[in-house]
Design a protein around this ligand. Structure first.
Ligand SMILES: Nc1nc2c(ncn2[C@@H]2O[C@H](COP(=O)(O)OP(=O)(O)OP(=O)(O)O)[C@@H](O)[C@H]2O)c(=O)[nH]1
Length: 638
């Protein structure tokens, strides 16, 4: 089984596998859109995920800060609670002693003996029912009256036995800001007998700040439900006695006794804080802990920046990948479309070309051919594909065709596409002259894959050329060679004669009385006579000799390889005898004769023109001698 031929573009039969591309542009645009959408979706997912992660971490950080602050608030509340309980115990002890011993109680000594141990009380006083201080822990009893003090008036009217923590006041005894904490003294009958007053430095309440390390913007505050701030510490700044009405935690407290939120800091110092507040159990007080929101969120913000960078980089990478993908696919599509267009062009060119196109394997087998070529040769495509292109040539042209094929395979310069003119044999046996150009198509490795032959039918031109060539060298009336061809053939005979040392004879034959036939019988009759004379002359010569019409009623004869001069004379006499026979012109005889002159090579001349001239001169001599005779040329130079 022979190896299968190389496969040209497309598939068989004859690249019929090609399909007109449809919808490539639309499909490509859709694919681009899908890639863009997938990319956009992926980017959206990444960003949503990042945003969600950031929000979650924010939430967690916020919750952690709130929880931490809530714990601090609990601890702060407990410290306040313990302080107040201690104050309450001290006040109750002093009250009990006062009720037992009256003004004889020595508070100063108790402080010194540390019966009143707590150092937080700057001063402990007992005032009677009129507000006059009757016992004091200071060196001497101050002459101060509490009657106008709010806490005194409140305790006088109060029936509750509870410690009252007043708003900070400027101490009349100490001259410094104090928070008076008072306990009502009641007699056995319940009547008001005065108050025990313990003064506390407001800063004491927020000393907790130092333990809790809230930072330079941290907030610690003790606020009374009477909307007066007992003590507030922000960093190392301490303040008290401020109005708490506008504080967010104060406003929230009635609804929720404890809570946590982010405050803008508008009511204090414009610093946003994470706030936790709660009521002090059993006292009309609120403790508040705040940490700067920026500090709480610092780590989250750092991570957020990192997330944004990573997400931004991932977005850029995705966009770059999608862009590259779209670019690559677009280029690939463009290449495919160009290939399809090229194939469509090829197909149109191939099938509709005015010239025959064949694809030939390097060994000459015909792989494919267009309709034109099939039509030119009269074969079907299947018949052609069973043939070698050389089989389309006659045997004598096959070597030349093979050589042309081989040369083209070895010299594949595309710019050089030489043409060959050769005859093909059609299926019906007639000759098809073609002009054929061969191009070589190579594979990726540069090896010849197949040849493309573009074949033009030049039979008409060739026939015309042949006819023109024949007409140029032959006489149109007698169809004998004309003077030009006679001289050419004589020249070739002389070349051979020189090589073989042979003699050549040239005879000049001129009809006698031909004009009379023309004149008496007409020109057409003269033509008939000339035609018949030519045929008679042809019968007189041998193969290899030449007879030609030199013009008018003149004929030339060239005799090759003349053995004896007598042979020439014999021929001349045969000619004279043949032409002396009557001619039958349209059934009526016509009589003429002929005068013949002859010249010999090399005796009478060496060149065709010279020999013919010599023979002409000899013929003229025969005419002069009475016509119907033969005459030799004179010796050369005679
Ligand atoms: N019918 C015909 N006549 C031709 C043709 N060519 C030349 N002639 C005539 O042939 C004649 C040749 O002239 P001549 O050679 O003087 O005639 P001739 O009667 O043979 O004279 P001699 O050679 O002296 O015997 C002329 O009348 C030409 O017109 C031709 O092709 N056909």
């Amino acid at each position: 089984m022979p190896p299968s031929p190389p496969t040209p573009p497309g598939t068989n039969p004859l690249w019929g596998g090609y399909k007109t591309p449809t919808g490539h542009g639309r499909t490509g645009a859709r694919l681009n859109l899908v890639i863009a959408l997938v990319c956009a979706l992926a980017i959206a997912v990444i960003w949503l995920g990042t945003a969600h992660r950031i929000a979650l971490e924010r939430e967690q950080a916020q919750a952690a800060a709130m929880k931490s602050n809530a714990n601090l608030a609990v601890a702060f509340e407990q410290q306040i609670f313990r302080t107040l309980k201690a104050a309450e115990q001290v006040a109750a002890f002093v009250r009990d002693q006062y009720l037992l011993h009256g003004t004889t109680i020595d508070l100063r000594r108790w402080v010194q003996q540390q019966l009143i141990r707590d150092a937080l009380f700057t001063i402990v006083n007992v005032a009677d029912a009129n507000g006059k201080i009757v016992a004091s822990s200071s060196d001497m009893i101050p002459s101060v009256n509490y009657a106008d003090r709010a806490f005194f008036q409140l305790q006088r009217q109060n029936t509750k036995d509870a410690l009252y923590v007043s708003a900070p006041v400027l101490g009349r005894v100490s001259g410094t800001w104090q928070i008076p904490m008072s306990l009502r003294i009641a007699r056995a009958d319940g009547s008001f007998a005065g108050v025990v007053v313990l003064s506390v430095n407001p800063q004491h309440f927020t000393d907790f700040y130092r333990q809790s390390d809230l930072g330079p913007q941290g907030l610690l505050e003790l606020t009374g439900l009477d909307s007066v701030v007992r003590s507030r510490t922000v960093g190392n700044r301490n303040s008290f006695g401020l109005d708490a009405a506008k504080l967010p935690w104060f406003q929230r407290h009635p609804a929720a006794h404890e809570g946590a939120f982010v405050d803008s800091g508008e009511a204090i110092d414009q610093v946003a804080r994470t706030i936790s507040y709660r009521s002090v159990a059993g006292y009309p007080l609120i403790v508040t802990v705040g940490t700067p929101h920026a500090t709480d969120m610092a780590l989250v913000e750092q991570r957020r920046t990192a997330y944004l960078w990573v997400t931004g980089a991932a977005t850029a990478a995705l966009l770059a990948i999608a862009g590259l993908l779209i670019l690559m696919l677009t280029r690939q599509r463009a290449a495919t479309e160009a290939l399809h267009a090229s194939e469509a062009l090829f197909r149109a060119t191939f099938s509709q070309a005015a010239m025959g196109i064949t694809h030939i394997a390097p060994d000459g087998r015909i792989v494919g051919a267009n309709d034109k070529f099939c039509h030119m040769l009269g074969y079907t495509l299947d018949e052609l594909r069973a043939l070698n292109v050389l089989e389309l040539c006659d045997t004598e042209h096959q070597a030349k065709a093979q050589q042309f094929l081989t040369e083209r395979l070895h010299n594949r310069a595309p710019a050089l596409s030489p043409e060959i003119e050769k005859p093909y044999r059609r299926k019906d046996g007639t000759v098809l002259w073609v002009c054929e150009a061969l191009s070589v198509v190579t594979d990726a490795q540069g090896r010849p894959e197949y040849l493309v032959a573009v074949t033009q039918d030049i039979t008409v031109r060739k026939n015309l050329e042949e006819r023109l060539s024949h007409a140029a060298l032959h006489d149109g009336l007698t169809h004998l060679p004309n003077r030009v061809m006679f001289l050419e053939q004589l020249s070739q005979l002389l070349v051979q004669a020189r090589q073989h040392q042979q003699r050549v004879a040239v005879l000049f034959v001129d009809l006698d009385g031909f004009k009379g036939v023309n004149d008496s019988r007409g020109h057409a009759a003269g033509d008939q006579l000339l035609w018949q004379a030519a045929r008679r002359l042809e019968t007189c010569i041998r193969a290899g000799d030449t007879v030609a019409r030199l013009g008018g009623d003149e004929f030339g004869i060239a005799l090759a390889s003349l053995a004896h001069t007598s042979d020439c004379e014999a021929l001349a006499h045969r000619v004279i005898a043949a032409l002396a026979q009557p001619f039958d012109i349209d059934g009526t005889p016509a009589h003429i004769s002929a005068s013949v002159g002859a010249a010999l090579f090399p005796a009478h001349g060496e060149e065709p023109g010279a020999l013919l001239a010599q023979a002409d001169t000899a013929m003229y001599a025969a005419k002069k001698a009475g016509k119907n005779r033969f005459s030799w040329a004179l010796q050369s130079g005679a």
